[in-house]
Every structure is written in C-alpha cells, then in structure tokens.
Ligand binder design. Sequence first.
Ligand code: SAH
Ligand code: SF4
Ligand code: F3S
Length: 449
Amino acid sequence: MMQINNLRPLRGEGRKLFIETYGCQMNVGDSEIVLSILQEEGYRYTEEINEADVILINTCSIRDNAEQRIWGRLSEMRRLRRAKPSLVIGVIGCMAERLKEQLIEGEYGVDIVAGPDSYRSLPQLLRKAEEGGKGINVELSREETYADIAPVRLDKNGVTAYIAIMRGCNNYCSYCVVPYTRGIERSRNPQSILREARQLFENGYREVTLLGQNVNSYKFEDVDFADLMAMTAAISPELRVRFATSHPKDLSDKLLDTMAQHHNICRCIHLPAQSGSNVMLAKMNRKYTREWYLERINAIRKRMPDCSITTDIIVGFCDESEDDFRQTVSLMEEVGYEFAYMFKYSERPNTFSARHFADNIDEETKGRRLAEIIELQNELSLRSNQRDVGKEFEILIEGTSRRSEEQVFGRTSQNKVVIIARKEHQKGDYVRVRITSASSATLFGEEIE
Ligand code: SAH
Ligand code: SF4
Ligand code: F3S
C-alpha cells in the first residue's frame, strides 16, 4: 500500500481556518502559534467565520463567566454546522484542558479538543476530525515552549507585540485555575526570545511586551528575568520593552535597578495585589503580606518616582469580612493605582479554595464591594491623570484615534493613552507631547515642536 504519510502532503490543502480568541494575552500569543503551525500544514487563515472549514475557539477558564461566554458561542456554532455539515469545530486553550472529553461528549459535541501544550499535534487531530472522527490531546508538558515556532501576527497594528517568554505557573494561588490548565512553569531559551524581538524591530515594531503568568521567575540556565530585560532593551534604544505579569513576592531589587538603568524599559509595573488584608492574602496563598507589598511599592517609587503601578483585585473571596474588604480599599488608596482590573471571586472547580473553603460571600455583597472599588479606582485614575496635565511625555504612535480621523493616539512609557491632533505622524513614531487635559481613561495632549 502506498505510504501517503511519507510523501508529507499538505493536509490543509487551502482549507480555511478561523480562530476566535478569549482570555489573556498568553492565549492571543498561542493563537498566533497555532496559526503558524496550521499554515505550515496548508490551511489558510480567514477573518470570515462563514467561510471557514475549520473553526478553533481558544478558550479561558479563569472565571465562570468566561466559560459561560464560550458555551454561548458553542451553541451558536451548532447552527453554523447545521448549515455546513463538513465544518470542523475545535476547542483549544484553558477550557479544553479543564474539561477534556466533556467537550466532545456533551451536547455541543465538538470535533477537536487540544490543551495549551498540544498544539503541535493539531494537524493530526484535524486529520482525524476531517475523516469523521474526534481528536483530543490534553497532555501537559514539562518542556514545551514553542520556541522554534515563529508566531503569525494576528494583531496587525505593526507597532506593539507580545512575546511569550515562559509558560505555566507554579504559584498555586488557592483560587486560581491556571496552574491546572497550563501546567508547570518553564522558561523559553533567551536566544530565541531575542531573535524574535530583533526580527520584530527590523519589521518596524517599536514595542515588545515580555509575557508570562509570573515573568519574574523567568530563569534559563544562568539568565534571570532582569538579565533578559537588559538584553532585550539593548537591541535598540528605539525599542520599548514592557513586561506582564509580575508577582509581588518575586519583584527583585535587581529587576528594579535594571529598569531604572534603561530609559527604554517602560515605567509601568503591573503588580497584582488581590487583597489588602493579610488574612485574605494568606488564604489566597499569595506568599506575601500587605506590609511586604507596600515595601515593594516603596522600592519602586524610590528608584522610579514616575513609574505607574497597576493591579488586579479580587473581592468577595471566601470569608472576606467587611474589615478585610476595608483593608483592600485602604491599600488601593495608599498605593494610588493608575489602573486596576477588579473581579468578584468566582469559585473554580478543583482549585484549593474550592476544595477547602466555602464560597460564602453572597452575590449582593460581592456586587456592592466590586462597585465600591470600581468607583474608587475611577477616582484614583482621574487624579493620576490630572497630575499629568502640564507635564511632558514621549509617546509612541500606535494609530488613528477611535474618536476621530483627525486625531492619532499613542502611549506614554507609563502606558497611558494620549490623543493628539494628526499631523504627519506615522505609526511607530516617537512624539514629544505636553498634556493639556485629562479624563479618567485618557490624556489629551499637543505636540511640542
Ligand atoms: N498570573 C497573573 C494573573 C493571571 S489571572 C498574576 O498572578 O498576576 C488574572 C487575574 O484574574 C488575577 O490576577 C486575579 O485577580 C483574577 N482571578 C484569577 N482567578 C480568579 C477567580 N477564581 N475569581 C476571580 N478572579 C480571579
Ligand atoms: Fe494564578 Fe497565582 Fe499563577 Fe497568577 S500567580 S496565574 S493568580 S496561580
Ligand atoms: Fe484564561 Fe488561561 Fe489566560 S484561564 S486568563 S486564558 S491562562
């Protein structure tokens, strides 16, 4: 019999692939890796879901509402499949890893399920599905970093890009599903990271964000995260470098010193606090205290007084008392965050807190607490932005403003959006501006000639 496999025909053969991405930037990066793998196989990317022969949904499990959205999408997909019975539908990413066979067996009956470490097997899984079977691979890996795969950039702004430098997480915060869906922490070879960053710079990109669930614990042989940042910043003074996310317990003085020494490492640190109460922090297994966290904030301010600090907060975690909550409020006031992502606690099956603590703060209390800190944060953001009025910044132009064709927008090193009048600006230009006015979300400025 002829060994078709040995001839390695392109199995995609021009079939059209649509990818929809939910969740964090890691997922966005993974979709770009998936596209790269499947283009090699002959699939062609389409932005038109109705044209697709294959639809992949890259999913998130971080909170229940993230998963509910995806169930809603899957039920819409059933309609598409009724119209086109040959359509292959796959679920990839964190929800695939969490629910495994359930996604194939349930009423939504998808054809393919692939977890975050099994994307290299997508061509085989698709082949199975195209032959009428089901393809599943949810194996997690100790080594996979996809370091050799050049992502196909889906976000085409052409100026800013994310580079995944590590995968997985070993922190096991008690509420969090990520260590289960993404497996153990592993760092990518720095040479492959630098190659990718250099390539982006040569292609006109002017900003890279080094990405991981806990970038501070990056370690590859003798290269730590601060070393990697310094090496990336050395590519060109015209290349801005950012990172996300750092865990407070690992925010080292060495990293802060490195940031302070390089003007092109951006003055912005996302430092999720989660709570201001030591009781909650211990229960969350965050491995730091309020005092430790505030000491790190001081360490940042001492070296970089102009550094913006942003955070993530969870309200309504198990047993959170009114007093615990007030401590979160006071922490936010004390730090004066530039920006915050704020969430109600959502119990995730099989996490430590789901197994050991009761999700005992009622929905109404969670809602009230969330509303209070959202209002507070709006106030803090507005105050921070108003302090910028009259000051000068260098912004990197990213494109046309959503409000008007006559305006362009860029970001400051502190990651704040500034809108200015359009002149001869091109995407990727650095422009010096003075801030003239501010809202809680945006700065308005004028170019300094
Ligand atoms: N690795 C990053 C965060 C990834 S998840 C870090 O540790 O900083 C992004 C945010 O989602 C978390 O910081 C946390 O605030 C929130 N989050 C995670 N699990 C959650 C849950 N079960 N309920 C509500 N919010 C959650
Ligand atoms: Fe989740 Fe904590 Fe890891 Fe962040 S550090 S991904 S919150 S376990
Ligand atoms: Fe969601 Fe997975 Fe990211 S759970 S937040 S997509 S790591």
